[in-house]
Design a protein around this ligand. Structure first.
Ligand code: ZN
Ligand code: ZN
Length: 399
């Protein structure tokens, strides 16, 4: 059976006849994945999602690990981290809770209801699912735990309990569910894509068809601004003024990048003396303590990735604006890579949060967040917004 699809990255119409089992269909022009022959049944994903929720529940109530140093020790659970942090962290704690608890739980619950109980989604649920699906940061959180533990073993003895292992199982199941239950499954349930009478090899815009950036629905354009027949959002051929919006966000990220590296990320209070350390000092300190892995991860995630993202986005915007692009495919790949690595730079924020709660429970020493962590958090979030404000199709042809 032949079927036309439009690539959401470069607007090319591609004609697909058949995809083999376990194979993906890749856009011949820009390399984006168009479709994949994914044979996992929705009901099976729902069962795994339900199991993941049970593991999460166990992780919350069961003790996570115990730490002891200099004669004092304490057991801790995920639940106690939250109650202890509630006093000083305020807003940052809610950001943390949203990424690691609220977003994953709502994604899993929706998979159980829609995949398992055949609940019919509406536009609101599909948008809600799509938003939370992009916001799940469980994998980043797990790497944050690993880094914190390596840092901690230098200070104290750590023993693991059931809650620690269930958290790991939960995150593996969670990531699998996210991969297998795309937001497009929900959109297809609301309204199936009608058959497209398009000529393959040409862009959809040149045949006056529009692609909704929200839900991916392709339809014949009537006006300059149309309402998407599926999700009712406003659709134009190309996003208006997206280069200047993206650039403005990028410049504010650049301004915040300096204080985030110069000011202390955290203050450590140890037997009366209070010292602040910024990211670079933390990296050097861990290197001197022979924790090469930790210092490498922090250096990569906190200094190189944000700088790389800002420079790459500036390059992409410049190349698109002045159409000096000769290798569109590489620019397109670079853009998708920037989108992909965005979330990983949040790892340092997680490490500070986890470390400060663990040592507080153990009464070993006192770690408090510094001003730089707020700047750093903003840099990460603003660069993600900047990358998302950009319309990738402009790399291929101007609107
Ligand atoms: Zn493409
Ligand atoms: Zn739409």
């Amino acid at each position: 059976m032949q079927k036309n699809v439009v690539c959401r990255s470069c607007d090319l119409t591609v004609s697909i006849t058949q995809i083999k089992k376990h194979y993906d269909c890749i856009c011949p022009r820009c390399g984006r994945k168009l479709l994949s022959n994914n044979l996992v049944k929705e009901g099976d994903v729902a069962i795994v999602a339900f199991a993941a929720l049970i593991f999460l529940f166990i992780s919350i109530i069961e003790p996570f690990m115990s730490i002891s140093a200099m004669g004092t020790g304490a057991a801790m659970s995920l639940n106690s981290i939250v109650s202890i942090l509630n006093k000083q962290w305020g807003l940052l704690l809610y950001v943390f809770l949203f990424f690691t608890f609220f977003a994953p739980v709502s994604v899993l619950a929706l998979i159980v209801f829609i995949g398992g109980f055949r609940l019919k989604p509406n536009i609101f649920l599909a948008k809600f699912y799509q938003f939370n699906h992009g916001m799940c940061m469980v994998d980043v959180f797990v790497l944050g735990i690993v880094v914190s533990l390596i840092k901690l073993t230098a200070l104290a003895d750590v023993t693991f309990y059931v809650g620690f292992y269930t958290t790991f199982i939960f995150s593996v199941l969670m990531i699998w569910c996210c991969l297998k239950f795309n937001p497009s499954i929900l959109w297809e349930k609301i309204k199936k894509q009608s058959e497209l009478k398009l000529i393959a090899g040409k862009s959809a815009m040149s045949q006056s068809y529009k692609v909704c950036q929200e839900c991916g629905y392709v339809f014949k354009a009537n006006d300059d601004i149309d309402l998407c027949p599926r999700c009712k959002s406003k659709v134009t051929y190309r996003r208006k003024n997206c280069i200047s919006k993206s650039l403005a966000l990028l410049l504010s990220a650049l301004i915040l990048y300096l204080p985030s590296n110069l000011y202390p990320v955290m203050y450590t209070e140890f037997i009366g003396s209070n010292t602040g350390s910024n990211i670079i000092e933390g990296v050097i300190e861990m290197w001197q303590m022979n924790s090469y892995f930790v210092s490498f991860v922090i250096l990569l995630a906190s200094i190189f990735i944000p700088a790389f993202k800002i420079i790459s986005m500036l390059f992409i915007l410049y190349a698109t604006k002045y159409s000096k692009i000769v290798v569109n495919k590489r620019v397109s790949r670079l853009y998708r890579f920037v989108l992909f690595i965005g979330r990983w730079s949040l790892i340092d924020v997680y490490v500070v949060i986890i470390m400060s709660s663990i040592v507080k429970i153990g009464n070993i020493l006192n770690i408090e967040p510094g001003f730089a962590i707020i700047c750093f958090c903003s840099v990460v979030i603003i660069t993600v917004f900047s990358a998302e404000a950009f319309d990738e199709r402009l790399i291929w042809n101007k609107g």
